[in-house]
Design a protein around this ligand. Structure first.
Ligand code: GLN
Length: 446
């Protein structure tokens, strides 16, 4: 813990991954664990972890990188935090992110811009950019992120590490500052596949506080890491390697396919015909849910409250106008519009219907295949300041990750080479609650 703190203070001058350090409390916990004695059966014993700042941590400032929560000290722990504590892991600090997890570059943080660990002129991706940069720069060996439309997998891809979004319902969302409740999941970012499986082991499972968490038994995600993927059936959707995907990314994916074939897998091309509607469907559904979830930030209950107000409505309007950043306001407006009487049928309802078609595409593929393979992102990391002024360009980057959230499936990004000094990510997608197959294939490949 001591060394990690020293290391973070040094490395964070370059990457700016952390918003808050938990220095005193982390040291106190480490001393307590020392007194108890090392537990060799507990793989996370005493391991310092980075935690994305939209995961509530008792008595430790939790901002979701928003001005509206700048001074918010939660009075309870998210379930994943209780579980990590039970596993004797130590929270070393809270990592930077796009405000309320809305974005793909961590440039939407109200506090600072995190840098890519490989090249500080490039974005680390987002919204879990702080967690990804913290792991890739060697500050911590693991961190938690959240993934609503790619926010674990995309920054993992941009930083050359392993990021997993579990099946919807695998991990409790209790105490996660809600963005889009039907899409949000917590997951680990790590340097290796095995580390990732170990962290997921610790945070998974049914939680009475989250009615969408699943009763499904939690296997040991490390159990099938034996390198054997003989006869595994892998599908490559032709839409994932089509136009819009950079040549160097396609090349890396082709190489990965050859590697999987050498390992004994059978790889075929398939089609996910409705995935092309993923972006509009996702941005309507995610923004609609966000507009509802973010109503609770009213200037009364948490965080920032405007001064000089004349009446109650003024408290709401001024606090929210001052507290939310531009991207969050854009989503609230888009979502409120999509849900309004008069536009509901044409937008939200239509998006929900197309979502079902996207889910069915995946069901058809998983009737015949164990795994889907493709790139995580159409390009490697882009430059800081490059896309942030144009929301549509930024949204289009999510084309390969959002269908997975819409269908509630587990997805992994793992390193598959690099181009011009920037990492390229390979995405593996498994059937619902079949993270084991995804980990097995990832482990055989890495
Ligand atoms: N980039 C996507 C968005 O801006 C995904 C965000 C996420 O997964 N939290 O909504």
């Amino acid at each position: 813990v001591k060394e990690t703190i020293v290391n973070i203070k040094k490395r964070d001058n370059d990457v700016a991954a952390f918003l808050t350090l938990n220095e005193e409390e982390a040291l106190r916990q480490a001393e307590e664990l020392d007194r108890k004695g090392f537990d060799k059966d507990n793989p996370l014993f005493g391991i310092p972890l980075g935690i994305k700042d939209n995961i509530v941590t008792k008595n430790l400032r939790t901002t979701a990188a928003s001005k509206i929560l700048e001074n918010f000290d939660p009075i309870y722990n998210a379930t994943v935090m209780d579980k990590l504590q039970a596993a004797a892991a130590i929270t070393i600090g809270k990592t930077n992110m796009d405000e309320f997890a809305m974005g793909g570059s961590t440039e939407n943080s109200a506090f600072k811009v995190t840098k890519n660990a490989w090249d500080q002129t490039k974005v680390p991706g987002g919204s879990s950019g702080g967690s990804a940069a913290a792991v890739a720069s060697g500050e911590v060996i693991a961190a938690l992120g959240t993934d609503t439309g790619g926010s674990i997998r995309q920054p993992a891809s941009f930083n050359g590490i392993v990021g997993v979004k579990p099946t919807y319902g695998r991990v409790s969302r209790y105490g996660i500052i809600a963005f889009a409740s039907s899409l949000d999941q917590v997951g680990p970012l790590t340097r290796s596949v095995k580390d990732n499986a170990l962290v997921l082991n610790a945070i998974s499972g049914l939680d009475p506080h989250d009615s969408t968490s699943s009763k499904q038994a939690v296997p040991d995600f490390t159990a099938k890491l034996d390198g054997n993927i003989k006869n595994m059936r892998i599908a490559v959707p032709k839409e994932f390697i089509g136009k819009g995907v950079a040549t160097e990314v396609k090349e890396a994916i082709k190489k990965a396919i050859t590697t999987f074939e050498k390992l004994g897998a059978v790889v075929d091309e398939v089609s996910l015909p409705h995935s092309k509607y993923g972006i509009p469907v996702y941005y309507i559904i995610a923004s609609s849910e966000a507009s509802s979830n973010l109503q609770r930030f009213d200037g009364i209950r948490y965080g920032h409250r405007a001064q000089d107000v004349k009446n109650l409505e003024d408290v709401y309007v001024k606090s929210r106008s001052e507290g939310f950043g531009d991207e969050v306001k854009r989503r609230i407006m888009l979502g409120t519009f999509s849900l309004s009487a008069g536009t509901y049928d044409a937008f939200f309802k239509k998006a929900a219907q197309v979502r079902t078609l996207i889910c069915r595409d995946f069901e058809h593929v998983f009737a015949d295949y164990d795994l889907i393979l493709g790139p995580t992102t159409p390009t490697p990391a882009f430059g800081i300041g490059e896309d942030v002024k144009d929301p549509i360009t930024m949204y289009l980057n999510d084309i390969l990750t959002v269908p997975v959230n819409l269908a509630g499936l587990p997805g992994m990004s793992l390193p598959a080479g690099s181009s011009n000094g920037l990492p390229i990510g390979l995405q593996l997608i498994a059937n619902r609650f079949d993270e084991e197959t995804m980990y097995r294939a990832g482990y055989a490949f890495e």
